[in-house]
Design a protein around this ligand. Structure first.
Ligand code: PMP
Ligand code: GLU
Length: 383
């Protein structure tokens, strides 16, 4: 398996900081804010109750799954019964459970690019073949539906995408989701993983769930979690809503791998999904301000170009004009910026976007401003 490029850069930044170097870390997709107070309170209550200390049911506690089913309906218009919901150790494990359940050698999995790094690695791990469908900056990093449809073959079992997209911030419109659904519905054995972990972090336009489109409920595994909306990356809770047979298969995988998600963290999950989504507005507004700040800062970097991300907390500038001299690709440019600007970014190749770097703006305005200044100087120095 390849090492996760996002986690690798984050680790490198930590190590350099431990050596006393002044590194601004824009590599990791992790909200810098504190989680809402009610979430921490829910954990405290759960500890005091002293009854969540044993193995939880593999699928997750029944009341937590019921609360998630209710959230899917309330926020997304999705009809998943509680028995179609499963709680896992982060959305990452939730996706892996499904991928292992559904595909193996001989199968193809469509992944529109750019994509989140772990989709490709997880698919490869099963022996299935990831089929990457590319897109360009001019296309707002959304492959046209015809290109996706043309890549489907009788061996295609799964399509995986995130909207809002990590790493591009692109958001699929309702009509794009409908076109995508129409392409999928032509193939009876094709399922979709719709990763909606950034659903609440949308600035322009609106988040839509492909599972609500007629015919798609039986085809869609909807993924979500606490990490992004509630700034609870470390508690490791993610979940799916899925067709019953998919949940049952994922349940077997989870039962053999982890026995289920941490009990206390599940109590926190219940409080989070029961909360009114308006509790996330503050976080969203902060990210919108930072997006605008970063877009402005990027204008000052010679030769870099980007789309306007509509959601999530990343920008994916095309940096290929800075490939000069010894620097021939994004990985080398990222290392140059780490060494000469003290800024840690992730190279775009791992996201299926060569010629780009990913900047996470989930950090303070002051650090973002400083980082962009340093990048601009280091890039100007390349001549
Ligand atoms: N999907 C996407 C698109 C992500 O960016 C992340 C980032 N962590 C995840 C899934 C996994 O989230 P977690 O495992 O923290 O729930
Ligand atoms: N998803 C975040 C990112 O893309 C966190 C790191 C990871 O899990 O890959 O940076």
């Amino acid at each position: 398996m390849t090492e996760s490029a996002t986690l690798l850069m984050a680790q490198r930044g930590r190590e350099l900081r431990a050596q006393g170097k002044d590194i601004i870390d824009l590599s990791l997709g992790e909200p810098d804010q504190d989680p809402p107070a009610f979430a921490i309170e829910a954990a405290r209550t759960a500890l005091d109750e002293n009854k969540w200390n044993k193995y939880p049911p593999v699928m997750g506690y029944a009341d937590v799954r019921a609360a998630i089913a209710h959230k899917f309906k309330r926020d997304n218009g999705l009809d998943y019964a509680p028995e179609q919901v499963m709680v896992s150790t982060g959305a990452k494990q939730a996706i892996m459970n499904v991928v292992i359940s559904l595909v193996g050698p001989g199968d193809e999995v469509l992944i529109p690019a750019p994509f989140w790094v772990s989709y490709e690695a997880q698919v490869r791990f099963t022996g299935a073949t990831p089929v990457l469908v590319s897109s360009t900056l001019e296309e707002d990093y959304k492959p046209p539906i015809e290109r996706i449809a043309a890549a489907i073959t009788p061996r295609t079992r799964l399509l995986i995408f995130s909207s809002p997209c990590n790493p591009s911030g692109s958001v699929l419109t309702q009509s794009e989701l409908e076109e995508l659904a129409a392409a999928v519905l032509k193939w009876p054995d094709l399922l979709v993983i719709s990763d909606e972990i950034y659903e609440h972090i949308v600035f322009d336009g609106q988040h839509g769930s492909i599972g609500t489109i007629p015919g798609m409920a039986a085809r869609t595994i909807t993924v979500n979690g606490l990490s992004k909306a509630f700034a609870l990356t470390g508690w490791r809770v993610g979940y799916i809503g899925a067709p019953l047979e998919v949940v049952q298969a994922a349940n077997k995988v989870q039962g053999q791998f982890t026995s289920g998600a941490n009990g206390i963290a599940q109590r926190v999950a219940k409080a989070c999904v029961e909360a009114d989504p308006s509790v996330i507005a503050g976080l969203r507004n902060v990210f919108k301000r930072r997006r605008d700040l970063v877009l402005k800062g990027l204008e000052k970097i010679p030769g870099w170009a980007c789309n306007i991300p509509q959601g999530a907390f990343y920008v994916l500038p095309d940096v290929s004009r800075s490939f000069k001299g010894a620097i021939t690709n994004s990985a080398e440019l990222s290392m140059y910026l780490l060494d000469h600007a003290g800024v840690s970014l992730v190279e775009g190749d791992s996201f299926g976007a060569p010629g780009t770097v990913r900047i996470s703006y989930a950090t303070s305005d002051a650090l973002l401003t400083e980082a962009l200044d340093r990048i601009a100087k280091a890039i100007a120095a390349l001549g």
